[in-house]
Design a protein around this ligand. Structure first.
Ligand SMILES: Cc1cc2nc3c(=O)[nH]c(=O)nc-3n(C[C@H](O)[C@H](O)[C@H](O)COP(=O)(O)O)c2cc1C
Length: 367
């Protein structure tokens, strides 16, 4: 049976996962106004563990109480109360036998909801492309960001490290740095949003410096073996078609740099992660395998279990992460294992805003 490859154990550092099916991080804007995870969120994350996923990666979580928050009702991991609230989520996922990671996120120039208000920060004063996301209560263009100072970037790095430590204290089995999809770290990494002339701007080595510093600082904070991953992408929530300008060379530089800085895994996401990139004949996840020795999580368009399994058997990934297919089928691994049919994802589940309340209402209405 071809899907059997998904159901073998795999390790990230000292952490052993029961299988290779992970839930991709998904923002649900269902925390309290103070950024506390709720009992509803614990149930939601627990359902994936009960449904057979070996790893649950919790949603992008803000890393400071000034500028990092991107969306109203996003959870944080800044205060002791936020740590305590996450502990209940961790316990529920662990109780059902899965491992659980927390994704750490700074929204930078595309923050669209923050109780503190104020002007967003970005690498440079460059107007973000696209429009705010309506599924997180945004509308219209983003404001012009203010160029973040290098001292403030140092604080961003320290905040990521402090938050990783808090995640460890909350019982998370690992942390994932959100370096993808157009948020602050990716804004530094991206050529057209980064016009800096200091050591954070210019060539790929400089544009990857914030990623490197965040990985290094977290590694120092959490000890030598704690799982610390970083998620990278080409496309963004506000720019679907961006590609890394240096192609395969950029991939070589960034994967080598971040492994050397102390990353324990890479998580690559594309709309369709099975597509070869840069004329290399390999997928972006495959290039992470080629240019590093680390485990690789692949995400994007892996709805078909046979395709997901082929990513593993073909050597392009060690773990597959599912976003929308997991929302449609919180028990995706159990169903796949048993050969049962899968439900198709219905975008209505995320409308008008992508909250857990609306998803529950959608489920009730569907009967
Ligand atoms: C509702 C929703 C929220 C998301 N929030 C995040 C997030 O917080 N962090 C992140 O890295 N990606 C986020 N994503 C992207 C997903 O992790 C994933 O990359 C994307 O859905 C493609 O994978 P799929 O084809 O399996 O759905 C989100 C996607 C959805 C649908």
């Amino acid at each position: 049976m071809p899907v059997a490859a998904l159901f073998t154990p795999v390790a990230i550092g000292p952490l052993r996962l029961a299988n290779r099916a992970a839930v991709a991080p998904m923002t649900r804007t269902s925390a309290t106004d103070e950024g506390l995870a709720t009992a509803q969120m614990a149930r939601y994350y627990g359902d994936f563990a009960r449904g057979g996923f070996g790893l649950v990666i919790c949603e992008g979580t803000f890393t400071d109480d000034r500028m990092a928050q991107g969306y109203l009702n996003q959870p944080g991991i800044v205060t002791e109360a936020q740590v305590a609230a996450w502990r209940a989520v961790v316990d529920e996922v662990h109780g059902a036998g899965a491992a659980v990671f927390l994704q750490l996120q700074h929204a930078g120039a595309i923050a669209q909801g923050r109780p503190q208000g104020g002007q967003n920060v970005g690498p440079s004063a460059v107007q973000p492309k696209g429009e705010q996301l309506s599924i997180y209560k945004g509308s219209g263009a983003w404001g012009m960001p203010r160029e973040i100072t290098s001292d403030e970037l140092g604080q961003v790095v320290a905040d990521f490290a402090a938050c990783a430590l808090r995640a460890q204290e909350a019982g998370f089995d690992g942390v994932e740095i959100h370096g993808a999809n157009g948020y602050l770290l990716d804004q530094l990494f991206t050529s057209y949003t980064n016009e800096r002339t200091d050591e954070y701007g210019g060539d790929i080595r400089n544009r990857a410096r914030l990623d490197e510093e965040v990985v290094r600082a977290i590694r120092l904070a959490v000890g030598p073996t704690y799982p610390v991953g970083i998620r990278l992408s080409q496309s963004k929530v506000n720019d679907y078609d961006y590609t890394w300008p240096g192609g395969e060379d950029d991939a070589r530089v960034v994967f080598r740099l971040l492994e050397a800085a102390g990353a324990s895994y890479f998580h690559l996401t594309e709309h369709d992660i099975t597509q070869p990139v840069f004329g290399s004949g390999q997928t972006l996840a495959g290039l992470a395998k080629r240019f590093s020795t680390l485990p690789v999580i692949a995400n994007g368009g892996l709805d078909d279990p046979a395709v997901a399994a082929a990513a593993v058997t073909g050597g392009a990934a060690d773990i597959v992460a599912l976003g929308k297919p997991a929302l449609a089928n919180p028990d995706w691994p159990e169903r796949v294992r048993a050969g049962k049919p899968l439900d198709e994802f219905d975008f209505q589940l995320l409308l008008p805003v992508a909250t857990l309340d609306n998803a529950e209402a959608w489920r009730v209405a569907r009967g």
